[in-house]
Ligand binder design. Sequence first.
Ligand code: UD1
Ligand code: MG
Length: 457
Amino acid sequence: MAKHSLAVIVLAAGQGTRMRSALPKVLHPVAGLPMVRHVLNAAAMLKPERSIVVLAPGMEQVAKAVAPATIAIQQQPLGTGHAVQAALPALKGFTGDVLVLFGDTPMLTTATLKAMLAARRSKSRSGGDGPAVVVSGFRPADAAAYGRLVLDAKGELEAIVEYKDATPEQRAIGFCNGGVMLLDGARLPGLLKRLDNSNAKGEYYLTDLVQLARAKGWGCRAVEVSEIDVMGVNNRAELALAEAYMQARLRAAALEAGVTMTAPETVYLRADTKLGRDVSIEPHVVFGANVEIGDSVTIRAFSHIEGARVAAGAVLGPYARLRPGADIGPEAHIGNFVEIKQARVEAGAKVNHLTYIGDARIGAKANIGAGTITCNYDGFNKSHTDIGAGAFIGSNSALVAPVTIGDGAIVAAGSTITGDVPADAMALARGRQENKLGLAGRFRAQQAKKKQQSKNQ
Ligand code: UD1
Ligand code: MG
C-alpha cells in the first residue's frame, strides 16, 4: 500500500526576477488564483499524503499562500536537484511515489499527472517494477533552451541533457523536458546523494537523476504531455498568455456544463466561478472571486460580479455591478447601473435602474425605483437599511440608514427618509410643491425686456 502513496514537492525557490515585481513570481494570479495554488490544486486531486513547497529564505508571503503545505527552505539556489534535496527532511520515512512540480506552471492538469502516475505504476515488459523515474516530455514549436530527452533504441529514457551542456546533435532533438518528474521515493535519497554540479551551469540538476538511475539498471520513461500543460511563466507576457489559455479552458468547461455564452471570448471567469445549468451570459461580463450563480440566471452584457450569490432565475444587467456580500434571490431583477454590496435582495424584488444598495435587505417583491440610494455610511460607521416585502420606493429617494421600511410601505419619489416607515404607510419626505399661476410668462417677459435695454445702451 505504501508503494502507491504519493508525496508532492513543488519547487518555488526561484526569484522570478524577469517578472520585475515586488510580488514573488508564483503568487501572480492566473484567473484570480496564485500560480502555485493552481499547481497544488492539480496535485490535490491525486490525494497526496504529503505536500511540500520548497522556498527561498524570506518568502513568508508564499508560505502563507500555500498553507497547509509543508515548507522546506532551500538556503541557496543551487539547482533543481538541490531544491529537492532541501525537501528530503520533510519526506523522511516516505517510500511511495514522489512527484516533483514547478510552482510557475499554472496550466498543469490532474489528467497529465495521472498519465504519469499510470506509467510509473505500470509493470515493465519483463513483469518487473515500473520505471524508477517518469519524466514529462513535450515537443514545443521552439525547443529553445529546454532540457533534451535522449531515448534509447527501445524508446526508454536514457538521459536528460540540459541545453547548455548539449552537443549540437542533442540540441537537434525536439523532445524536451517539461519539468514534471515522478520518482520512486524509496530510491530518491540515494540518487540525490550522487548528484554533482560539474556542468555548464554549476548547478545540481534534478535531471541528472535519469542517468544515475539508468547506471543502476533502473528503468526511466518519458510520457508525452501537451506543451500548454507544462508551460512555465517567467515574465508578464507569459503571464498574459497563461491567462488567455486558462480563460479558454474555463469557458470551455462552462459551455460543456450547460452555460450559454454568445461571445465566450469576452467573458472573464475566475478559477472558482460556479455557474448553474442554463445560465446565459451575454458579451463582456467579468467575474471576480467567489461567485456562485444558480440555474437559469441571465447575465446581460457588461456586468461585473464579485463575491456574490445569485439564485435561480434572476436577471442581472446590462451594466449591473454586484460587489462582495450581494445575495440575490430567485427571480430578482438587478438592472442597469445598479450597484449592490453586502445586501440581500429577496425573491422577485426589482432594482432596475441607477441605484446603490449597500448593507441592506430588500424584501420579496419589493420595487426599488430609479436613483434610490441607501445612505449606509456617515463617514464613520456603516448602517443597515431594511426594506420589507412588497414595499415600493419611489425614484430618487435617499434612505438614510439605519432605517426600516415596513412591508408594503410606499416611499414617495424624491424623499429623504431619516425615520422608520411603518408597514403599509406612505412616507413623503420632500418639499411641498407650490404652483404660481402665470409666473412663468411674467418671468420671461421681464427677462426679454432686460435684454432689449442692455442692447439699446
Ligand atoms: C528546468 C529543467 C529543464 C526543463 C525546464 C522546463 C533542470 C536542471 N532543468 O530548467 O530540463 O526543460 O525546467 O521548464 O531541472 N528552482 C528552485 N531552486 C533552484 C532552482 C530552481 O526552487 O535552485 C525552481 C524554480 O523556482 C522553478 C523550477 O525550480 O520553479 C525550475 O527552475 P528553472 O530555473 O526554471 O529551471 P530551467 O533552467 O528552466
Ligand atoms: Mg524555467
